[in-house]
Design a protein around this ligand. Structure first.
Ligand SMILES: NC(=O)C1=CN([C@@H]2O[C@H](COP(=O)(O)OP(=O)(O)OC[C@H]3O[C@@H](n4cnc5c(N)ncnc54)[C@H](OP(=O)(O)O)[C@@H]3O)[C@@H](O)[C@H]2O)C=CC1
Ligand SMILES: O=CCCC(=O)O
Length: 290
């Protein structure tokens, strides 16, 4: 089965590599074309533009940074729309429901089929085929893509109409971003009040709020090490989009709003390309400690 793959960042590279490892023929495209070379070594072909990838493949997957990138790859010159008639397009990027609906409408108007399928899980689950896939849109395309989803993920959900996958993903990441801030505050409070934060990690891990994120990120945060698995700028984008979803639905979200402010502050400190756990640094910044 020949599938297309657009966007070879942290996630896209791992996901496309996984498909190749499991026998899929994959044609890749990335805005910075040089990033395709590593995939070629794993057996991928390169498409010169999103349009040429779509033309060649029965369906094409995208994993792009944000709403503006997701829209641009579809709507701009040499974009997905040029050859989408009769083909499938699966956007796995984290975007808002409005963006996803715009893409869906544009694709359907040209005779194509659309599925949104954002994922829960980061770099390592992407490498290990352990993502959780949150799909919505064209059910026939979902069924067709299941063999690929079974390689990329440990569980796929079909959530109905376009927008539901995007919303589910934003709710999950809003909770995650808020938790990361509470965790960072706690680590800082432990240290400043004379406790050993490494012991705090052990205590947390044995109690009711033990979770994979604290376990994975805690030790590296204590070493001030923030090699990016999930870039902080993307987490802040997700908080922003989740807060907009809260606005639309008149849901008061004071905790998420405070977490968003901390991620914005981290971006202003130049930490946007580091892992989202680098928000920890904002809790050590002088204006919070004075
Ligand atoms: N990292 C993670 O843990 C997870 C991320 N996600 C979501 O997945 C998506 C990708 O994340 P990730 O791989 O980490 O991000 P990266 O920043 O590593 O990669 C972003 C990708 O988008 C491309 N891109 C950015 N702007 C444009 C544009 N204007 N036109 C075309 N291509 C563009 C980049 O191309 P180029 O190489 O040229 O810059 C790159 O391929 C995001 O929506 C993120 O929120 C979801 C789950 C987990
Ligand atoms: O969107 C990124 C999610 C990262 C994760 O689920 O660990």
């Amino acid at each position: 089965m020949e599938v297309g793959f657009l966007g070879l960042g942290i996630m896209g590279k791992a996901m496309a590599t996984n498909l190749l490892r499991h026998g899929f023929k994959v044609t890749v495209w990335n805005r910075t074309l040089s990033k395709c070379e590593e995939l070629v070594q794993h057996g991928a072909s390169i498409g010169e533009t999103p349009a040429t990838v779509v033309k060649k493949c029965k369906y094409t997957i995208a994993m792009l940074s944000d709403p503006s990138a997701a829209l641009s790859v579809v709507l701009d010159k040499d974009g997905v729309l040029d050859h989408i008639n009769g083909k499938g397009y699966i956007d796995m990027s984290t975007v808002d429901a409005d963006t996803s609906s715009k893409i869906s409408e544009a694709i359907k108007a040209k005779g194509g089929y659309f599925l949104e399928a954002p994922v829960s899980g980061s770099k390592k689950p992407a490498e290990d085929g352990q993502l959780v896939i949150l799909a919505a849109g064209d059910k026939a395309l979902y069924d067709e893509a299941l063999p690929a989803f079974d390689i990329l993920g440990k569980k796929s959900f079909f959530l109905g109409d376009v927008g539901n996958g995007a919303k589910m993903k934003l709710v999950v990441n809003m909770i995650m971003g808020s938790m990361m801030n509470a965790f960072s505050e706690g680590l800082t409070l432990a240290e400043r009040s004379g406790l050993d934060p490494a012991t705090l990690l052990d205590v947390l891990d044995l109690g009711a709020i033990s979770n994979g994120m604290f376990k994975l990120k805690g030790p590296t945060m204590l070493q001030n090490s923030y090699s990016p698995a999930f870039p902080l700028k993307h987490q802040q984008k997700d908080m922003r989009l989740a807060l907009a979803l809260g606005d639309e639905n008149a849901v008061s979200m004071p905790i998420a709003a405070a977490a968003n402010e901390a991620f914005k502050k981290a971006r202003s400190m130049g930490l946007g390309d580091l892992d989202f756990s680098a928000v920890h640094e904002t809790y050590k910044a002088p204006d919070r400690s004075s």
